[in-house]
Each structure stands twice: as structure tokens, then as C-alpha cells.
Design a protein around this ligand. Structure first.
Ligand code: COA
Length: 169
């Protein structure tokens, strides 16, 4: 079955200067979970978001435009000083406006300030759009993890060293 143009979201162009990045709050969870639902085949239960928020209040960030949450990123610092990006998503209607890039820059900066020596993440090998975003920011594919996802798809483990980020910014 193919998608008709009616099934596709209408992309909204918005001035990026009016988008604010701020720490996520409890009251943002319904919006965050709506965006997650629109973005991923599998969803985390609400409890995972709650626990993540409690443990990582500085590195769970949202993008807000006109009082509305339109994207989020979840980062955390591992005990071995890897800053890990667990998830990032932008409301489909607002994609391609630079919001994903803004969220990534904000979480990378924060994780490095908290002591991360490098930033790591996993991404589906088919997710060209996300891979392109990460590569533009300086991430490199370090290895391919076979059948990382529950549907059997492989992941790339991508890494951005803190020194590389310092050189670029
Ligand atoms: C990946 C995602 C977060 C990117 O968010 P976004 O706000 O659309 O991204 P941006 O507008 O900041 O674009 C950043 C870069 O992504 C790439 N990109 C954006 N739109 C693209 C498109 N339509 N096609 C290909 N690449 C694209 C470009 O490299 C762009 O950099 P540039 O503007 O300097 O050329 C978003 O597509 C999303 O939510 N996808 C579903 C969830 C997901 O896959 N998350 C990642 C899991 S690892």
C-alpha cells in the first residue's frame, strides 16, 4: 500500500530563533510520549520516562515553540564518562527546521560540561536522516551491532570525542 499525499504531515516552516531548548518537566511527558509515538515503532512505558527524568534532570531536554513541546532529547552520563544519547525525536510536522540539530548541540554541550569524555549513541542502519545529522555534528560510525533492535535490524554505534567537539566549536 502506498501513502497518498493526505497521509503525509504538512511540514511547518518556523523561525528557529523562536525555539527554546529547556530541561524537560513532569508536565511535558504527555507531549513527549505523543512525539515518541509518532516517531518510533516501539515505545518506552511512561515509567521509563519518569525514571529517566528523575535521574537525569539536566540532560533530558525539550524544544519548545509557541508554548508547545515539539521535540526532545534524552541524554545521560555513564559511570565510565561516556555521555550517551538514548533517544531524540522531533514532531514530524516540524522536522527539517534545524530543531534536531539544536537539541543535539544542547545535550552534547551539557554532557561534556558534566564530564563526558565522548558522546555515544546507537542508530538504526536504515535511519539515513539521523545518521546524516550525527555525522554533520562530528560523530563517526565506530562499529555495527548485529540485530541490536528487537525486529532484527542492526545498529551503528556512533561516537563523538569531546576533543573533536572542542575543536569544532
Ligand atoms: C532525526 C530527527 C531527530 C532529525 O530532526 P530534524 O529536526 O528533522 O533535523 P534538523 O532539521 O535539525 O536537520 C539536521 C540535519 O539532518 C539532516 N536532515 C534533515 N532533514 C533531512 C531530510 N529530509 N533528508 C535527509 N537529511 C535530512 C541534514 O543533515 C540536516 O543538516 P543540515 O540542515 O545542516 O543539512 C528527526 O528526523 C526525527 O525525529 N526522526 C524520527 C526519530 C528518529 O529517528 N530519531 C533518531 C533515533 S537514533
Amino acid at each position: 500500500m502506498s501513502l497518498s499525499s493526505r497521509d503525509l504531515p504538512t511540514i511547518r516552516r518556523i523561525p528557529i530563533s523562536l525555539v527554546a531548548i529547556r530541561p524537560a518537566k513532569l508536565f511535558d511527558l504527555p507531549d513527549i510520549m505523543r512525539i515518541e509515538h509518532q516517531s518510533f515503532r516501539e515505545q518506552y512505558p511512561r515509567g521509563v520516562f519518569l525514571m529517566f527524568l528523575e535521574n537525569n534532570p539536566e540532560t533530558f531536554l525539550v524544544a519548545e515553540y509557541n508554548g508547545k513541546v515539539i521535540g526532545y532529547v534524552m541524554g545521560y552520563l555513564k559511570p565510565d564518562f561516556e555521555g550517551h544519547v538514548m533517544s531524540i525525536a522531533v514532531d514530524p510536522v516540524y522536522r527539517g527546521n534545524g530543531i534536531g540539530k539544536m537539541l543535539m548541540i544542547a545535550v552534547i554541550d551539557k554532557l561534556i560540561k558534566l564530564g563526558a569524555r565522548y558522546i555515544g549513541l546507537e542508530v538504526r542502519v536504515s535511519n539515513e536522516r539521523a545518521i546524516k545529522l550525527y555525522e554533520r555534528l562530528g560523530f563517526k560510525k565506530l562499529k555495527r551491532i548485529i540485530s541490536y533492535y528487537s525486529d532484527g535490524e542492526d545498529a551503528y554505534y556512533m561516537v563523538l570525542p569531546a576533543e573533536e567537539w572542542g575543536r569544532r566549536n
